[in-house]
Ligand binder design. Structure first.
Ligand SMILES: [Zn+2]
Ligand SMILES: [Zn+2]
Length: 135
């Protein structure tokens, strides 16, 4: 996916700072990251960037449907996997893994009751296969 092109076609300018953030998220795809993670890395290359700017850029990328966000462990996490999936948090190693889920029956049962879903995030917690093997 060409994020620069997507950003442009959503009506946003591609500034050097936005470009740095895009480079970062591309290097972290697939993966999950917080605004602090982006800031720590981008700030080294672009010292004038502030935490608030990073946060604004991430929200812009979200508006362009490049990123999706969810709340976990008291933080806002971003990811480029915008498709329907569950984020599995391993309570042992802290790793967040994408898992494919069949959500269509859940969505249709909610829709039948008249609720319109515009966004969703599924969080599962437990122990990942790697950690359960070591126990
Ligand atoms: Zn684990
Ligand atoms: Zn995910």
């Amino acid at each position: 996916m060409d994020y620069v092109q997507t950003l442009r076609s959503s009506g946003f300018k591609v500034t050097p700072q936005r470009l740095r953030v895009i480079e970062y998220i591309m290097s972290r795809t697939p993966g999950h990251f917080r605004a602090e993670d982006v800031y720590a890395e981008v700030h080294r290359i672009e010292p004038t960037i502030t935490m608030a700017t990073v946060y604004n850029i991430l929200r812009t990328l979200q508006k362009s449907s490049i990123l999706k966000s969810f709340e976990l462990k008291g933080a806002t996490w971003f990811e480029t996997n915008t498709g329907t999936h569950a984020n599995f948090l391993c309570e042992v190693c802290g790793e967040i893994t994408d898992l494919d889920i069949e959500s269509s029956s859940l969505i249709s049962s909610v829709s039948e009751k008249g609720y319109e879903i515009s966004d969703s995030s599924y969080i599962l917690r437990g122990v990942c296969p790697k950690c359960s093997k070591n126990h």
